[in-house]
Write a protein that binds this ligand. Structure first.
Ligand SMILES: [Zn+2]
Length: 429
């Protein structure tokens, strides 16, 4: 496809007018300020449109679409123990599958090309990823409330199966990560074992870290005054690149660990606000040299997968919390939502509009009342646009959403099956 005479967000996350972007196969083969001489197939007119890199949702729990609107107005521990865990215990693979497909449809509709998903029902999620064409770093959440060794826990067999069956499947669109749900749902032996497996198999990891003040205080009480970041580091867990969701209750000492170990702090502003967990110190983490990416978290705590909404909250919360209107510029917010997420997934050739990168592209309809005048595209995308302004989402050169149509997903069916699954699960509770 050739995007013709279109304004783009360039590789430096700045607006650039009158560009031509050509894709061949799964790659961006041409970026220039004049029309290429080669033929790239379909010509997409850039009139009234803008082209930006696809969003990378760096922390999600796709099947939690089943819980959208189910657990409302509760603090995290009550939300988790009284509502979420009992509901999750009743979900089956057959029910997780349509909910994952629906989450993927929603992500594609809002311009997300890849997501990092920590949950259960990993076969069902993997199939939904492979069939839909989206990218995903998928992990099965490891939890343990006993001292049973890792090798004797079901998660050990699940991880081996996932690595063998799906790691780098679908031309690398699907990757398997290893996950520890959190400090408070695991124990040191489990953290050590999963960290060691990550080293042996060369895999990335995904955890929840310092989401609430209670978690952080209780971690210190359990583990010699250590913060969650210091605790995971003391067990050698950060030897492989890790995505640490939330990092709300972190300090300068923690940021030094995250920076040293190459841990990406994945901020989830909507989820943190809804569960009243706090505001992550993103501006300070950026100043401290920590890599920051952006996620939606699950729909039980957000309640959607609209990365534009989280990008907006990220930028505004950091200004308000720091008292500095320059904190998190539009270019920074865009880079955090796109390229930084790709880096967190170990996808070095993704996340920016650049010749040679993977063709993960999003077209936004900017010819709308809330996006005129087009003073600055980056500002408009961060402060004024919504996910619903996306009219085309391309992943690895394949168009997966365009003008209300999903060529790879039967969305009506996924909606009906998810609704029916919700009713069945409620009846079993
Ligand atoms: Zn989460």
């Amino acid at each position: 496809m050739l995007f013709s005479d279109i304004q783009i967000i360039d590789e430096h996350f700045q607006a650039k007018d009158h560009q031509w972007v050509g894709t061949r196969g799964d790659t961006i083969a041409y970026v220039g300020s004049c029309a290429p001489t080669e033929d790239f197939g379909e010509v997409y007119s850039g009139t009234g449109c803008a082209l930006m890199p696809g969003m990378y949702n760096a922390h999600a729990h796709a099947p939690m679409t089943l819980l959208r609107g189910y657990a409302e107005n509760l603090p995290l521990q009550q939300w988790l123990n009284d509502r979420v865990f009992p509901f999750e215990a009743k979900i089956t693979d057959e029910e997780a599958y349509p909910a994952t497909l629906l989450a993927i449809a929603e992500m594609l509709r809002f311009g997300t090309v890849s997501f990092s998903d920590m949950y259960y029902f990993s076969d069902a999620r993997a199939h939904a990823v492979i069939e839909s064409g989206i990218k995903c770093n998928l992990s099965e959440a490891a939890l343990s409330f006993t001292d049973t060794p890792y090798s004797e826990l079901p998660i050990a067999r699940v991880n081996e199966h996932l690595i063998d069956a799906y790691h780098m499947a679908a031309n690398g669109r699907l990757k398997i990560d290893l996950s520890i749900h959190a400090e408070y749902t695991s124990n040191p032996a489990l953290v050590e074992a999963v960290g060691q497996l990550a080293v042996e198999r060369g895999l990335r990891t995904h955890i929840h870290l310092a989401e609430t003040q209670t978690e952080t205080r209780e971690c210190a009480e359990r583990h010699d005054g250590m913060s969650p970041a210091a605790y995971f580091d003391s067990l050698g867990f950060f030897r492989m690149p890790c995505s640490a969701a939330h990092c709300v209750w972190t300090t300068a000492d923690d940021w030094a660990i995250l920076r040293e170990r190459g841990v990406t702090a994945v901020t989830n502003p909507a989820s943190n606000l809804k569960l009243a967990s706090g505001i992550a110190p993103v501006a300070a983490m950026l100043d401290a040299g920590v890599a920051v990416a952006l996620g939606t978290d699950g729909p039980a705590s957000n309640n959607n997968h609209d990365m534009f909404q989280d990008m907006y909250l990220l930028a505004l919360l950091q200004k308000g919390a720091s008292g500095d209107p320059c904190a998190v510029s539009p270019a920074q917010a865009l880079q955090i939502a796109t390229e930084n997420g790709a880096r967190a997934q170990g996808r070095e050739d993704c996340g920016a509009i650049k010749q040679g990168n993977k063709a993960d592209l999003v077209v936004v309809d900017v010819d709308q009342p809330h996006l005129h005048p087009a003073t600055d595209l980056a500002s408009n995308l961060v402060y004024a646009a919504h996910g619903s302004d996306v009219v085309l989402t391309m992943v690895d050169g394949a168009v997966l959403y365009r003008d209300g149509e999903w060529p790879t997903i039967d969305v009506e069916r996924a909606e009906a099956e998810t609704d029916a699954a919700f009713k069945r699960i409620i009846a079993r509770l």
